[in-house]
Design a protein around this ligand. Structure first.
Ligand code: NOJ
Length: 532
């Protein structure tokens, strides 16, 4: 029986390091997640996506895997994973596992074997080893985290790493690599995983001959708009056709979700053609500014592009790689979105103003048909943490750019559960791998639960209405609305978002939810209302 739940699901991203720490070492873990799953059920989400918890030296917070079929002791054991799945399924929540196929850790036994083997050996053939050009690397590619994408080994060869030097890229033309990942898929599917979020799903295959590539000046760290020899090569799609078939061997709807940072939704939609993946993150939506015309454009483009291949649109505003949207949408132009923000950044908005805007954006997103992603802590209205001391920072971006880019630590700070507990309830011992700001007492879950007007209660109300009114499975019809606003109907719910500077009249009907106060019965700036 298939019900294609993923077409309308709300998927909640758990970043295991920062969710809940049962062991008390200051890093979150699987047992911590299991103990808090009832809160997620109560929030009203459908699926939990777990960022990587496999064995890893943690050079890139787990996106550097040294054993794809085990749990890192930092996060627990396979038994803890089984317990998590059992509890989640008992609560009617599905679980998606993060899989990192573009690269392994340099501590993966295969890479260690490659280092100990001759150039040209089968062991080197699983990765991208090449001869250099004299003393120079094989080409001019730069790592996404800054600096060259090649590192030289003792015998003079170079290996490719699109990310950190501790993350060597696999060679996906190698049959052993392909077979091993099919084994990994089956390993987690056999243990009950409902699917995979696939990391760097656009990167696995590189253009023949590895031609030089210089990104345009204005490109973000993922490259430019023109074809890039390491992103979106046709061959990657064959890999996902194989994986689609593997998932098809299993009962129930198991899914693949692509992290494919391509420049347009039209290109992203190639990952969700009928025999490939089921969902792809809508990064065009995530990158959109708080602007009525821009939002309308990207919503239309998304529905058209995903619809054309029979896939649901997805919607996402925050994740563990970007500035939290309760800060980002109100940032000044001085702060480039892709580089993170910190104490020396300019254009940092007032927190309350930025949260208002963030919540208004959430209320637009959760009314859209398709599947939506929520990143842990956004339901608490958490802002990006800006004042992390330099010596506490952990993101490889920070190190590889010598502190020029702050990177992503500011959205990864452990989340607050209770205002009066050590580490705000994240860890009983009070330990926390990144420092939590004192101001987070006010954001703690127990400080917001049951409080009218809190961000937590807003998310709960929106998610309940979304479910009751079937908005995920609905459709979108644009409505006429005052300049600088955005209005649409989905089923029997009318949405009006005020993206302009001035208050406007409310639409006719009963207010079902509002992202902020409605003084004088009008809709103020940076506020969204659902009426029905
Ligand atoms: C994308 C992940 O979301 C990010 O956190 C990671 O650093 C890179 N891929 C490399 O795996």
């Amino acid at each position: 029986m298939t019900n294609e739940w993923w077409r309308s699901a709300v998927i909640y991203q758990v970043y295991p390091r920062s969710f809940a720490d049962a062991s008390g070492d200051g890093v979150g873990d699987l047992a911590g997640i299991t103990s808090r799953l009832d809160h997620l059920r109560d929030l009203g989400i459908d699926v939990v996506w777990l960022s990587p918890f496999m064995t890893s030296p943690q050079k890139d917070a787990g996106y550097d895997v040294s054993d794809y079929r085990d749990v890192d002791p930092l996060f627990g054991t396979l038994d803890d994973f089984d317990a998590l799945i059992a509890r989640a399924h008992g609560l009617d929540l599905r679980v998606i596992v993060d899989l990192v196929p573009n690269h392994s850790s340099d501590q993966h036994p295969w890479f260690q074997e490659a280092l100990a083997s001759e150039p040209g050996s089968a062991a080197r053939g699983r990765y991208m080893f090449r001869e250099g050009d004299g003393d120079q690397p094989p080409n001019n590619w730069q790592s996404v985290f800054g600096g060259p994408a090649w590192t030289r080994v003792a015998d003079g060869q170079w290996y490719l790493h699109l990310f950190d030097a501790s993350q060597p890229d696999f060679d996906w033309s190698n049959d052993e690599v392909r077979a091993d990942f099919r084994t990994t898929l089956r390993f987690w599917l056999d243990r009950g995983a409902d699917g995979f979020r696939v990391d760097v799903a656009h990167g696995l295959v590189k253009a023949d001959g590895l031609p030089d590539y210089t990104p345009p000046e204005d490109a973000d760290s993922m490259g430019g708009a023109e074809p890039v020899p390491y992103w979106g090569q046709d061959g990657v799609h064959d890999v996902y056709r194989e994986w689609h078939a593997v998932l098809g061997e299993y009962e129930g709807d198991r899914v693949l979700c692509a992290e494919a940072w391509m420049p347009t939704v039209g290109e992203i939609a190639k990952w969700v053609r009928p025999d490939e993946m089921h969902q792809a993150f809508n990064f065009s939506y995530l990158m959109s500014e708080w602007d009525a015309d821009g939002l309308r454009g990207v919503i239309d483009d998304s529905l058209a592009a995903f619809g054309a291949v029979g896939a649901p649109s997805t919607w996402v505003l925050s994740n563990h790689d970007v500035i939290r949207h309760a800060t980002r949408l109100a940032l000044g132009d001085e702060s480039p979105q892709g580089h993170g923000i910190g104490p020396t950044s300019l254009g940092i908005p007032d927190t309350a103003f930025a949260l208002r805007r963030g919540n208004a954006a959430t209320a637009v997103m959760l009314a859209l048909p398709g599947s939506a992603y929520i990143y842990q802590g956004e339901e608490l209205g958490l802002p990006e943490v800006i004042d992390i001391p330099d010596d506490a920072r952990q993101d490889p971006t920070w190190f590889r750019t010598n502190g020029e880019r702050y990177g992503r630590d500011g959205c990864r700070v452990p989340i607050p559960w209770s205002a009066a507990s050590p580490a705000f309830g994240f860890s009983e011992t009070g330990a926390s791998w990144l420092p939590q700001p004192d101001s987070w007492a006010a954001y703690a879950r127990d400080a917001q639960a049951g409080i009218d007007g809190s961000t937590l209660e807003l998310y709960r109300a929106l998610l309940r209405l979304r479910r009751e009114r079937g908005l995920g499975k609905g459709g979108l019809e644009w409505l006429e609305s005052p300049a600088g606003t955005l209005s649409f109907r989905n089923g029997d719910v009318t949405v009006l978002a005020n993206v302009s500077a001035d208050p406007v009249d409310l639409p006719a009907g009963r207010v079902l939810a509002a992202s902020g106060p409605l003084p004088d019965g009008r809709l103020p700036s940076d506020t969204t209302v659902w009426v029905g």
